[in-house]
Design a protein around this ligand. Structure first.
Ligand code: CP
Ligand code: NVA
Length: 311
């Protein structure tokens, strides 16, 4: 493993990370998973806070357990019982975080919120999901594919099928940074954000990957090695019930995956809405690697914390 020097204080989006840094994080996650004992003092005497404005099972628990396993202490905060809930600004709150804490992990709505907090403190700030991005999830997903020896497999076809959301945005960025092709199968009205595609176009010119956006689920799934999906209605978007009807043809079911390669792996960041975006038959099938994705959140995030705190 070639050690890479840390140049950023935060982890807000994979846009800020280079191919070398991402590969280093994947290799580090592999070592953290194999030799956890080596990393048990990385966060000794450090206090990190989790501030979650949206529900979470995996992200919150894996960060709490991971911080403890790295020898640190974890505080769980709730905006509603803090003065943020009464209008104190995020920039003022960040200055307070800076006085007592060694790091903050935030799940919230606007990406600007995590950016404002990061800009107003000297401690690392980690994005645990915003409406725009979910970089911790994608780090774990790339690690899972790396372990499965699929990530750098020649001509690997990775197809995300469903809603264009924070998870797809981060997948597009992560895969582009690594120079790996990615196909997004989404209805035209739920296609990836144009501004993001513009940015990715210039990144693809550097990395050499190809991004394909298709408004046809069967074509998106055709000959895929991996099929990934996520919920149709993300947290904070619950009023948009129309999506459930519009995305119906994009459901991951046995018929759709019959277009993919035999044995194609199935991914989902979870939580799954069984029988909506994915059938139980597919989610629980032997080719589903969703539980490994979830388990790997712990190792990928411990690797991230090790990177941010030991350079
Ligand atoms: N995948 C994911 O982030 O799950 P949680 O919402 O349970 O944290
Ligand atoms: N796109 C989903 C991901 C949940 C982990 C959401 O934002 O709700």
């Amino acid at each position: 493993m070639q050690k890479v020097k840390k140049t950023k204080k935060d982890f807000l989006t994979l846009r800020d990370y280079s191919k070398e840094e991402i590969i280093y994080l994947l290799e580090l996650a592999e070592d953290v998973k194999k030799n956890g004992y080596k990393y048990s003092k990385i966060l000794k005497d450090k206090n990190l806070a989790l501030l979650f404005d949206k529900p979470s099972t995996r992200t919150r628990i894996s960060f709490e357990a991971g911080i403890n396993q790295l020898g640190g202490n974890c505080l769980v905060l709730d905006s509603k019982t803090m003065q943020i809930g009464r209008g104190e600004t995020y920039s003022d709150t960040a200055k307070i975080f800076n006085s007592y804490l060694d790091g903050v992990i935030i799940r919230t709505f606007k990406q600007e919120t995590v950016e404002t907090i990061a800009d107003n403190c000297d401690i690392p700030v980690i994005n645990a999901l915003t409406d725009s991005y979910h970089p911790c999830q994608i780090l774990s997903d790339m690690f899972t594919l790396y372990e499965e020896k699929l990530l750098f497999k020649e001509n690997m076809k990775f197809a995300y099928i469903g809603d264009s959301n924070n998870v797809l945005n981060s997948l597009l960025i992560g895969f582009t940074k690594l120079g790996i092709d990615i196909t997004a199968g989404c209805p035209e009205k739920y296609s990836p954000d144009k501004k993001l595609l513009e940015y990715l176009k210039s990144e693809s010119e550097k990395s050499g990957n190809k991004i394909t956006v298709i408004n046809n689920p069967e074509l998106a799934a055709k000959d895929a090695d991996v099929i990934y999906t996520d919920v149709w209605v993300s947290m904070g978007d619950e009023e948009n019930t129309q999506k459930i009807y519009d995305l119906k043809p994009y459901q991951i079911n046995m018929s759709l995956i019959s277009n993919a390669k035999t044995g194609a792996k199935i991914m989902h960041c979870l939580p799954a809405h069984r029988e909506l975006e994915i059938t139980s038959e597919v989610l629980d099938s032997k080719n589903s690697i969703v539980w490994m994705q979830a388990k790997n959140r712990l190792y990928a995030q411990k690797a991230l914390l090790t990177f941010l705190y030991s350079n």
